[in-house]
Design a protein around this ligand. Sequence first.
Ligand code: LIP
Length: 277
Amino acid sequence: MTTPEPTLGPADLGTLETIACELAREAGRLVVDERPAGLGVSATKSSRTDIVTIMDTRSEQLLRERLAERRPDDGVLGEEGDSTAGTSGITWVVDPIDGTVNYLYDIPQYAVSVAACVGDTTRPGAWRAVAGAVYHPVLDEMFHAREGAGAFLRTTTGVHALSVSSVSRLDEALLGTGFGYDAQKRARQGAVVARVLPEVRDIRRAGSAALDLCAVAAARLDVYYESGLNPWDLAAGELIVREAGGEVVGRGGGPASADLVVAGPAVLVAPIRALVD
Ligand code: LIP
């Protein structure tokens, strides 16, 4: 049975947002500053190409340690570890390195994603993030939001309020997407891309769902879709898109889930969903 949703005032949400930013930054610094020379694959998961590195494991350990210190009553759901239940009604959904393949190849497009969520994180549509951060450690860019207070990008030059793209025509839209780790699934995803490509301005495959969602919030992409994502890939990014004035939906226009995520301004989400759903 899921613990009832806690009553969270603006100050509580502010505290959760601050913790999300501080933990994402600390773990982000770790994965950049302590990236071992000759980094290799320490394990594989759903397929040979679904990889884990020692730094995914170390980053998650650090996040869990800090959460146990600062939020001992909260639950944790992380990509590389078991989910631990809490008693507070808050579950932290964390991705220690989103874009692990980029990290392995030393392609500077990966992030740490940390979100404080309420509801039942085991059931699609039964949970949501109320505060979250996505930190791009190489660019030192911190995307963050809390429910009802807008989305922001903190960089070395200042804090910028985010809003999704104003592009309204699909044939002018720059679209982001991604592919799974299973060959048959990739074949199906490739067929969908072939259908979408002639309908849009162009497609970008950057390799991190969390950063793709933040790119939508910052209008660096006009719209994004992907199937096969896990809660930790999208928890914080979904909130950041919503707080930047965008829409995030799934199959049939229902909640975003592993089945499908489409994110962007409503005027672009509908036609993209019609193409990929
Ligand atoms: C990745 C996602 C990406 C997707 C990859 C993978 P990971 O997450 O961020 O969008 O295309 O298949 O799921 O495995 O790097 O945490």
